[in-house]
Design a protein around this ligand. Structure first.
Ligand code: ATP
Length: 570
């Protein structure tokens, strides 16, 4: 198919903010799409393979700039200059390509096949000369692209299409295109497609079946493939948690580790993270434990992996074992130094049977039957079934004493909903601490945050030498936090306050005079060589601007050290 057609579709979709209009536009497109072009559905969602596939494009803005420069013959500095004023590299390339295209005519017509072919080579490249090869693959596409096509090529490369399309929009468009029945049957069709998507995460495959007039329910859940996990909603109190899941419910320890989905099929164990990454190689210890302690010819188990100290046998915070997820060498040494234990908490598939629709009480019962507990190796999550707030309170205290994060409340009758945060699981954690910190640097944002400072370097005070020391970078969650806590202030506002305080600019980064104090919550303090304080905050979030505080009032390095020690002891 001509890439031009797809670019036109992106334009139409981006031009409206109305979901129903988007669905209409997409439905028409999908109806006319030929079966041979089914992979266009990946591009439509800004991807090159189904969502679960690990091969993602992953191109940095810097590399994209180099490719734009090569394709247009414009110096990288000049591309960066444009980027700074326009903010969106897609728009930059569109402008530059259209300037260039006035003199040269488009040589070749770009097809979606060619785009996919080149983009799919990107994640495969390794070793010497990778950067050059990537640049030339992108340049090849850009030189045959029209201005609009180049815009979407660059946005696809940066994985930020900005046309407001989610998998659920495509799902509803598929319903509209292929099941044009009455409302009730449409609802049923949407549910069927959603179910098929939840277990396959492959809209192209669903489109293919629908187009052929075959049943989408013929897609079956299989072990061995990554699946999106069910997510938890939050509660602020035990009372609220009970209200959300209903009484009685199951309450379990909220373990402080990382999520892992354990699969068995044809005698082979495969392990996936919640981001669908295959981590089997990193955890041969888990593979062995599962092989000898879990019954069944095939299964999918949802679990949390936690670390413990080999000597003291105490459970340790997540950050201490987090490096095991990425480490691909010296695994044996890692296993000894950072041993882990499996805490299984759900069973999604067992002996070729899909259990997604079964109630949690049944799944958890079966899970307990198939796992042989082995201390510090594998067990099922500690659980109580109760309707008593008193009992929940005691259990919560016990969880915290055991170095875990809190509790998870679970609806006993609920199905497993892959990839959704539907409120069948409610998390209750300890209140977060606040630090007051001063902003001493920032970075201009991209995309929706273009033109605004959107990421902020935070610092504490080293009282001994009267110097500010960095302790982290705060970016996510800011927008909502600012608007709820300081009455509608936004990135824009924060930029306005900070801009006059800029001392130095280097690319997108700026140094800022230490004047503005902010209150910041975080999940944990970690040791980190990255920042001059020697510490980093995990998940820092802005809760308020503190115009009432001066930079000399911010949290001191000594206080942070104390807090870090307290956290370790706990
Ligand atoms: P999100 O809410 O997006 O998952 P998050 O990663 O910060 O954010 P948490 O606040 O840690 O998530 O809460 C949910 C996570 O708790 C689950 O994803 C899972 O990894 C973990 N968890 C620990 N113990 C359990 C348990 N018994 N049942 C379910 N999840 C558990």
């Amino acid at each position: 198919m001509e890439y031009k057609k797809l670019a036109e579709l992106y334009e139409k979709l981006g031009a409206t903010t109305k979901r129903l209009e988007k669905i209409d536009i997409l439905a028409k497109f999908l109806k006319n799409l030929e079966e041979k072009d089914k992979e266009v559905l990946y591009l439509l969602l800004g991807d090159i393979y189904p969502e679960y596939d690990e091969r993602k494009i992953g191109i940095s803005s810097q590399l994209a700039i180099k490719a734009i420069s090569k394709a247009t013959g414009i110096k990288t500095e000049d591309v960066v200059k444009e980027w700074k004023t326009i903010g969106d590299l897609g728009k930059v390339v569109k402008k530059l390509v259209s300037q260039k295209k006035q003199s040269t005519l488009q040589a070749k017509k770009l097809t979606t096949e060619k785009v996919l072919e080149n983009l799919r080579k990107l994640p495969e490249l390794e070793g010497k000369g990778t950067v050059e090869r990537k640049i030339s693959l992108i340049t090849e596409l850009l030189t045959s692209a029209s201005p609009v096509e180049s815009l979407y090529l660059i946005r696809t490369l940066l994985r930020d299409l900005r046309i407001g399309i989610k998998s659920s929009t495509v799902r509803d468009a598929l319903v509209k295109a292929f099941f044009p029945l009455d409302k009730e049957s449409q609802k049923e069709a949407a549910e069927k497609i959603q179910n098929a998507y939840d277990i396959s995460q492959d809209l192209s495959k669903i489109y293919e079946l629908a187009k052929k007039g075959e049943k989408v329910s013929s897609i079956k859940l299989e072990a061995g493939k990554p699946i999106k996990v069910m997510l938890a909603q939050k509660a602020k109190s035990i009372k609220e948690a009970f209200e959300k899941v209903g009484k009685p419910c199951a309450i379990e320890y909220k373990y402080d580790g990382f999520r892992m989905v354990i699969n068995k099929k044809d005698n082979k164990i495969t392990l996936y993270t919640r981001r669908l990454e295959n981590v089997t190689k990193q955890f041969p210890d888990i593979v062995n434990v599962v092989k000898s302690n879990v019954k069944g010819e095939s299964f999918i188990i949802d679990s949390e992996i936690i670390g413990f100290n080999e000597k003291t046998k105490e459970y340790v915070p997540f950050q201490e074992i987090s490096q095991r997820i990425k480490r691909k060498y010296n695994i044996d040494k890692m296993i000894k130094e950072l041993p882990v234990e499996i805490k299984a908490f759900d069973l999604i598939f067992y002996n070729r049977k899909n259990l997604i629709k079964e109630p949690f009480e049944k799944r958890t019962k079966l899970l307990r039957k198939i796992i042989k507990s082995l201390k510090f190796k594998i067990s099922v999550a500690d659980q109580k079934i109760t309707d008593s707030e008193e009992e929940a309170k005691e259990f919560y205290k016990k969880a915290i004493k055991d170095n875990q994060e809190g509790l998870i409340f679970k609806n006993l009758k609920a199905p497993y909903k892959p990839g959704s945060r539907v409120g069948y699981m409610i998390k209750l954690k300890e209140e977060l601490k606040d630090f007051d910190l001063v902003i001493i640097g920032a970075e201009y944002g991209t995309g929706k945050r273009a033109g605004w400072l959107s990421s902020f370097i935070l610092a504490c005070l080293d009282k001994k030498i009267d110097k500010f020391k960095t302790i982290g970078k705060m970016g996510t969650g800011i927008k909502e936090k600012i608007s709820t806590n300081i009455g509608g202030t936004s990135f824009k506002e924060l930029t306005k306050i900070l801009k006059p305080l800029i001392i130095k600019t280097k690319g997108r980064e700026v140094e800022i005079k230490p004047k503005i104090v902010v209150s910041v919550t975080f999940q944990e303090i970690q040791k980190s060589p990255k920042y001059t304080s020697g510490f980093a905050l995990r998940f820092p979030r802005l809760t308020a601007l503190r115009p009432d505080k001066s930079p000399s009032d911010v949290t001191t390095l000594d206080e942070i050290k104390k807090e870090y020690e307290a956290q370790r002891k706990k």
